[in-house]
Design a protein around this ligand. Structure first.
Ligand code: PLP
Length: 399
């Protein structure tokens, strides 16, 4: 008998749960797009978007998903025959690099596999060997959503500056912005891309390219940039339509305004801390379950784990069976295994992911973990005891 009636819960790593406040803010007719409140509202987003990324730099908004922001970022600073260094810790950086390659950019990849962070020594020696300054930019992902690896971007930035190399540092924070702590200016990041449907709790369709003055200078030296992706008019619009190179995404702007208000009301440090505690509750359960049976956390070192998503392996086809069970029987949708395909498991059916980003609280996490455990029991998958207790202890003992 299915017990899935009631509110469905999407615990995938994006899109995340959209708060009712955001949905209600979006539920309005289109406003005047020539003058009035919408223009004021749009101006007001810019400082708050910068606050979330902890930057005094620039931010351009695109009507696009995260892939659009990827292409926008590339288009403003890289030309055909330029070279980028891709630091791969999962599917996403490889995807971003692939997009650069399709635009004629030469891509060099250091691939650190699917369960390790960036190896700084490898980066250091690769950059030191680049005496001629062939590498124009370095692409990294803060949180790779496929592996749930979290890279230390501040440390990476120091490694780059230690070598004296002047490549631009480009970072994908699509999964981490508004969940995992990110300090764009302190960490000296030149370009950061993000999107609205994960930690920023807004339905997919807006993305952001943040950039430093150094990146703005690199843009100035470009021979040609496509009008649509050009970030200059978007950060300095003479006319309102230039913010978006066309009609504004009216309802999405209402939604994003509301989501940013929620983040500001809670306070960014609390948002980060809440994600930290909830992530620890997830890990506590998973670690207990992993003590017996096939379940394993993909990332063993806690410091290298995302606070927004947890990737798990459980052996094919159990990952797929568990996802199907929780969706059909409990109303809980878990994330699929992504980028974990092997010859033995071509569809990555031995993996699943728990998204815990954005609009999540303690009861949602306990409901998710309880439903996963019910699925393990129902499917006869062995697991270590005490998982729910361990999560409850984390939540009970937070100051
Ligand atoms: C979700 C995600 C993307 C892709 O975003 P889309 O909106 O699906 O295009 C890219 N990088 C990371 C790290 C992501 O989590």
């Amino acid at each position: 008998m299915s017990l899935s009636q009631g509110r469905q819960y999407l615990a995938i790593p994006g899109p995340s749960v959209i708060p009712d406040r955001v949905l209600q803010a979006m539920n309005q007719p289109c406003p005047n797009i020539y003058d009035g409140d919408l223009i004021e509202l749009t101006h007001s987003l810019i400082p708050d978007l910068k606050h979330v990324a902890q930057t005094k730099g620039n931010v351009a908004i695109y009507i696009a998903n995260g892939h659009g922001a990827w292409e926008a970022a590339i288009s403003n600073v890289l030309s055909p025959d330029d070279t980028v260094l891709v630091l791969a810790t999962g599917r996403f950086c490889i995807g971003w690099g692939g997009m650069a390659e399709n635009l004629g950019v030469h891509v060099e990849t250091l691939d650190f596999g699917t369960d390790s962070t960036i190896d700084f020594e490898a980066v250091r020696s690769h950059l030191r060997a680049d005496k001629g300054g062939r590498i124009k930019a370095i692409m990294a992902v803060h949180v790779d959503t496929s592996t749930s690896i979290r890279n230390d971007i501040g440390a990476l930035s120091k490694v780059i500056s230690d070598t004296g190399h002047d490549a631009l540092l480009m970072v994908d924070c699509i999964a981490s912005l508004g969940s995992d702590k990110f300090l764009m200016d302190d960490w000296d990041v030149d370009i950061m891309v993000s999107a609205c449907q994960k930690g920023l709790m807004t339905p997919p369709a807006l993305s952001f390219v943040y950039f430093s003055d150094r990146a703005a200078n690199a843009r100035k030296k470009m021979e040609r940039v496509s009008s649509y992706w050009d970030w200059n008019p978007r950060i300095n619009p003479n006319l309102f339509y230039e913010y978006f190179c066309g009609t504004a995404p009216t309802q999405h702007l209402f939604g994003l305004r509301e989501a940013l208000d929620m983040i500001l009301e809670e306070g960014l440090p609390h948002v980060w801390l809440r994600h930290e505690v909830l992530a620890k509750a997830v890990w506590a359960s998973c670690e207990a379950w992993a003590r017996a049976g096939p379940l394993e956390l993909n990332v063993s070192d806690k410091n290298s784990r995302s606070r927004a998503v947890t990737a798990l392996s459980i052996g094919a086809p159990r990952g797929m069976q568990l996802r199907k069970w929780t969706e059909k029987e409990a109303g809980l949708t878990l994330g699929i295994g992504l980028g974990m395909n092997t010859e033995k498991d071509p569809k990555a059916e031995g993996f699943f992911r728990i998204g815990h980003m954005g609009h999540v609280n303690a009861q949602m996490i306990m409901g998710t973990l309880g439903s996963v455990q019910a699925g393990l029991i129902a499917l006869g998958i062995p697991y270590g005891s005490g998982g729910l207790d361990a999560a409850a202890q984390v939540l009970a003992n937070v100051d």
